[in-house]
Design a protein around this ligand. Structure first.
Ligand code: HEC
Length: 163
């Protein structure tokens, strides 16, 4: 029985090895484009975002070793691409005041609902899990009750001054 299977199994294994090597040559975009304007928020908020959201929602993503191994690399790159498309804390200057307010509210909602950070990400990044305090920080940011009340809105004015 085993004897009979040996040859087909060897061939199958060989095919899998060749396929695995071959897919490593598919290009994967792991670029970190320039930060045009970092999110304007109080320090405690920025710290939470950096710790739990920046790998997918900024241009300062960390690319761990498994992001270099296909097919996992494809999934990581896809999450980063889509995450940045939806919300990018590194291009805050591209958003209007209304959009900023909306993102701030959504960030808190997603966090409270446990939608963000993506659960699959947390399996590899336990330190990105939001604590009660982290959620409170996002809550206060969304309510505009942080020490720096309208920080995200003020960012617009700062930019105008710079122009
Ligand atoms: C592993 C990557 C990843 C991490 C980490 C991550 N996100 Fe996301 N996020 C995504 C992707 C992908 C989408 C778009 C698809 C979706 O909604 O599931 C998204 C969508 C969002 C949206 C919706 C934006 C819109 O236009 O509707 C918000 C808000 C958001 N994320 C907030 C956060 C916050 C806040 C954190 C950190 C606490 C975070 N995300 C961490 C990948 C990530």
């Amino acid at each position: 029985m085993w004897k009979k299977l040996q040859r087909p199994l060897t061939i199958l294994f060989g095919v899998l090895v060749v396929a695995f090597v071959a897919i490593q040559f598919v290009p994967v975009d792991r670029s970190n484009p320039p930060v045009t304007m970092d999110v304007v928020a109080p320090a405690e908020v920025r710290s939470v975002l950096r710790q739990s959201c920046y790998d997918c929602h900024s241009n300062e993503s960390n690319w761990p070793w498994y992001s270099y191994v296909a097919p996992v690399s494809w999934l990581v790159a896809k999450d980063v691409r889509e995450g940045r498309e939806h919300l990018n804390f590194s291009t805050w200057d591209r958003y209007t005041t209304d959009e900023r307010s909306e993102f701030v509210a959504e960030a808190y909602e997603e966090a409270v609902e446990g939608e963000m950070p993506l659960p699959i990400y947390l399996t590899m990044h336990n330190d990105a899990r939001l604590s009660r305090e982290d959620r409170q920080v996002l809550h206060d940011w969304a309510q505009g009750t942080t020490s720096d009340r309208s920080a995200h809105v003020r960012g617009v004015a700062e930019r105008r001054d710079a122009d």
